[in-house]
Ligand binder design. Structure first.
Ligand SMILES: Nc1nc2c(c(=O)[nH]1)N[C@@H](CN(C=O)c1ccc(C(=O)N[C@@H](CCC(=O)O)C(=O)O)cc1)CN2
Length: 295
């Protein structure tokens, strides 16, 4: 068996095409959606992700508002930046790029975001709505990576009903919220959340129908460990030195050789990452539609 490719780039391109039409409809109603980004410090990967988000905005007609701030910024100064975006009518949704420097209290920053402008779906109010299962379809933003994974699977007609999904990694942007989405009645999967304290990961991998690997451990999931025909979603990203060139290379959590035994595999790069970016745009457009009373 050779796995089909869950092509995140192509799927994200279709979603962006759909969004262009919705942005045009908003424009006809006099509403221009605007995405704000708050980036603290000089981490090259974070800079590259934020630049990518603004390129996406340009593609679909969303206005960009970019706040690049020094790593030395204080908690108070950063909170003032957040308050300014909450008040800015041109900014209909925004994100704070993570991770923030160690001296910043990330929870306090995320709590300051106006939940109606929370384009990442990471404000406690919006995560709480997800826990409480408020509205289906949702009336509040969903976290981008979990939403992107579910959309990637559904748009490839992969049936998740009754399937056993093994999620590896308990981070707040992926591992914790994805189980809440997959166990909603409309999807109806059974989810196991594994983490560094999980005793027999091998046994779980050997029986899971779907594996979402979000641990940030290069090639931790291998062909020999998975169930024949499993669906594999590779979320984790590490930068590992290529011994041949001495240069750092993006490496996912799943060994690409696992494609030999899987039914579907999301490549990394080119799988879940582009979907994360696309779902951010969905959140921005939906927030603008709600604010305009269109949704
Ligand atoms: N506020 C947030 N911070 C972070 C999030 C998030 O969703 N919200 N997730 C990650 C970073 N991230 C988005 O911000 C992100 C990471 C990777 C990609 C992506 O498209 N990756 C490409 C490869 C990129 C490369 O070549 O370097 C891919 O997978 O094809 C998009 C978004 C942490 N922080």
């Amino acid at each position: 068996m050779t796995a089909g490719i869950l092509d995140g780039k192509a799927t994200a391109a279709s979603i962006k095409a759909e969004l262009r039409e919705r942005v045009a409809a908003l424009g006809a109603a006099g509403v221009v959606p605007g995405l704000g980004t708050v980036l603290v410090g000089d981490d090259p990967a974070s800079h590259s992700y934020v630049s990518g988000k603004h390129r996406d905005c340009e593609e679909v007609g969303i206005t960009s508002i970019r706040r690049d701030l020094p790593a030395s910024i204080s908690q108070e100064e950063l909170e003032q930046e957040i308050e300014a975006l909450n008040e800015d009518p041109a900014c209909t949704g925004y994100i704070v790029q993570l991770p923030l420097p160690d001296h910043i209290d990330t929870h306090r920053i995320l709590e300051k975001i106006d939940p109606a402008k929370d384009a990442d779906g990471l404000h406690p109010t919006n995560l709480g709505r997800l826990v409480l299962n408020v509205g289906e379809p949702m009336t509040s933003p969903l976290p981008c990576t979990p939403h992107g994974i579910v959309e990637l699977l559904l748009r490839h007609d992969i049936d998740l009903k009754g399937k056993h999904v093994l999620v590896i990694g308990r981070g707040v942007t992926v591992g914790r919220p994805i189980g809440l989405l997959l166990t909603r009645k409309s999807i109806n999967s059974t989810v196991t959340l594994a983490h560094t304290g999980t005793r027999d990961l091998e046994a779980l991998l050997a029986t899971a129908d779907v594996v979402v690997a979000a641990a940030g451990q290069p090639h931790m999931v291998t062909a020999g460990q998975i169930k024949e025909g499993a669906v594999l979603l590779d979320v984790g990203v590490s930068r590992v030195e290529d011994p041949a060139t001495g240069r750092k290379r993006l490496t996912g959590d799943i060994d690409p050789a696992a494609a030999e035994r899987a039914s579907w595999l999301s490549p990394n790069p080119g799988g879940v990452g582009p979907m994360t970016r696309a779902m951010l745009l969905v959140n921005v457009v939906e927030a603008a539609e709600r604010a305009a009373g269109i949704r």
